[in-house]
Design a protein around this ligand. Structure first.
Ligand code: FMN
Length: 371
């Protein structure tokens, strides 16, 4: 698509609750493990996020932020939203992004059983004592190979997790964020509850899909109650960082229960595995999972996965599959992606070396310096 064609549909503005977005391109949440050891955001992180705002993105979603100082942290040098220092660090990030004209939403993430780094010295917890599939990720500081089985969470542990999300959401509001996104996707704690093979509980949080989505719904309700009118989104996916093949076992029927439990969300953010969204996001009846999310929840939906492929991105919007698009690796390679689309400048392909040897901001800076 060039400027001589009709403008790309993602360049049209969108109202997300009371937030006016200048276009439909959002930066997808991306863990960059570049905070201080105690989880405080740095000046380098502020510059990183500001660059996306200057590059024209309509919305910025932060990396997954840990919400409590016990079990939630997933990676060393991951940022938190627990202490006053965390809030002050995020305030500087938020102010820079706002000055460059974009809203920014804090993604809150509890790693659960697949934590591979905890500054506070806590072990892992999960719905059931099931050893996670897959291996720790070396580029994110994972050293131990396989994960250990987590401790099965008690009801008190569950209440603590819910309270942690709510407290972190209050801190997000104090830091000036325009919203929060609850990370219910990709194999982390909330998704461990939703996933049949990691959740073997026999209480109200286990068994049926209605029970397995209950913790996410309760976190959403608690966050809503804590932050009032602040937009609160929920991110969901079928696949996981440690299992790329998983699909909700009840397919569309499960999806209807899951989306129906989250109608209080301001938006749903659906990540689909792989780069060919319009193929991998299809349900058996041919509708996409994001279309179904829109229909069942009645809320705006962000589609994710390969949206830097601009013709596909256009089809997703014009075909009614989603309202907004989040871009991950394409944004890493093109922090000015919306400006490029506006002016017809070709996109730079993503290079895995940007995230190697560590998926942090130093590796990306070194990659840029080599070019
Ligand atoms: C470096 C990196 C870190 C990521 N960290 C997160 C994260 O913290 N939270 C999250 O929900 N997804 C995370 N993701 C997944 C992305 O949000 C997105 O789903 C994935 O990159 C696919 O989209 P893409 O095809 O636009 O890259 C991460 C992806 C990358 C590349």
């Amino acid at each position: 698509m060039t400027t001589t064609d009709l403008a790309h549909p993602a360049l049209a503005p969108f109202d997300l609750a009371d937030l006016r977005l200048r276009n439909r391109f959002a930066v997808a949440p991306m863990t960059r493990i570049s905070a201080t050891p105690d989880g405080t955001p740095t000046d380098q992180m502020a510059a990183y996020y500001r660059e996306y705002a200057e590059g024209g993105f309509g919305l910025i979603l932060t990396e997954g932020i840990y919400p409590d100082a016990t079990h939630s942290q997933g990676y060393l040098n991951q940022p938190g939203l627990v202490t006053d220092e965390h809030v002050a660090g995020w305030r500087a990030v938020v102010d820079g992004v706002h000055a460059a004209g974009a809203p920014i939403v804090a993604q809150l993430m509890h790693a659960g059983a697949i934590s591979q780094g905890n500054h506070y010295g806590f072990g892992t917890i999960g719905p059931s004592a099931v050893t996670p599939r897959g291996r720790m990720m070396a580029d994110y500081g994972g050293v131990g190979g396989a994960w250990a089985a987590p401790a099965e969470m008690t009801e008190a542990d569950i209440d603590d997790v819910i309270a942690g999300f709510a407290a972190a959401a209050v801190n997000a509001e104090r830091a000036g964020f325009d919203g929060v996104e609850i990370h219910g996707a990709n194999g982390y704690l909330l998704d461990q509850f939703l996933t049949d093979y990691t959740n073997q509980r026999t209480d109200e949080y286990g068994g049926s899909v209605a029970n397995r989505i209950r913790l996410t719904a309760r976190v959403l309700a608690a966050v809503r109650a804590a932050v009032g009118d602040l937009p609160v989104g929920v991110r969901l996916s079928q696949t996981k960082v440690n299992d790329f093949t998983y699909r909700w076992p009840g397919a569309e029927a499960d999806a209807r229960v899951i989306f129906g439990a989250l109608t209080d969300a301001t938006y749903l953010h659906i990540a689909s595995e792989g780069r060919n969204f319009l193929e991998t996001a299809r349900l058996a009846d041919g509708a996409t999972i994001t279309q179904l999310a829109r229909e069942v929840s009645g809320r705006p939906v962000i589609a994710n996965g390969g949206m830097h492929a601009l013709p596909q991105a256009a089809d997703v919007l014009t075909g009614g599959h989603a309202d907004l698009l989040s871009v991950g690796t394409g944004a890493l390679a093109n922090p000015d992606l919306p400006r490029r689309v506006e002016t017809g400048v070709p996109l730079t392909p993503f290079d895995r070396e940007m995230l190697h040897p560590m998926a942090n901001l130093d590796s990306t800076a070194a990659w840029r310096a080599r070019r």
